[in-house]
Design a protein around this ligand. Structure first.
Ligand code: SF4
Length: 89
């Protein structure tokens, strides 16, 4: 019998420190539905992506060379903040 991981739940919020962002586009590679570069320097991102994007967003945050991406998600009354850029996923 195989077990699949639990489906992501709770709301997801993303904040990018645009003063820190250097437009390296690593996040765009790991979560292309959430992060997009417009032109050479302008980063667009979805601040409230679906919970299904959580793994992609966490990988994007871990890959950001200047640690500009902050991810927060809530499940009921519990809130977690992911700021561990080198967290094993
Ligand atoms: S990986 Fe980091 S520095 Fe590069 S575009 Fe994304 S947020 Fe900006």
């Amino acid at each position: 019998m195989t077990h699949s991981p639990p489906a992501p739940s709770g709301s997801l919020r993303v904040v990018v420190d645009l003063n820190r962002c250097q437009a390296y586009a690593q996040c765009c590679f790991f979560a292309p539905d959430v992060f997009k570069l417009h032109g050479p320097e302008a980063l667009w991102y979805d601040p409230q992506p679906s919970a299904a994007q959580r793994e992609h967003v966490l990988r994007a945050a871990a890959a950001c060379p200047v640690q500009a991406i902050f991810v927060e998600w809530s499940k009921a009354a519990t809130r977690k903040i992911a700021e561990a850029p080198h967290e094993q996923l």
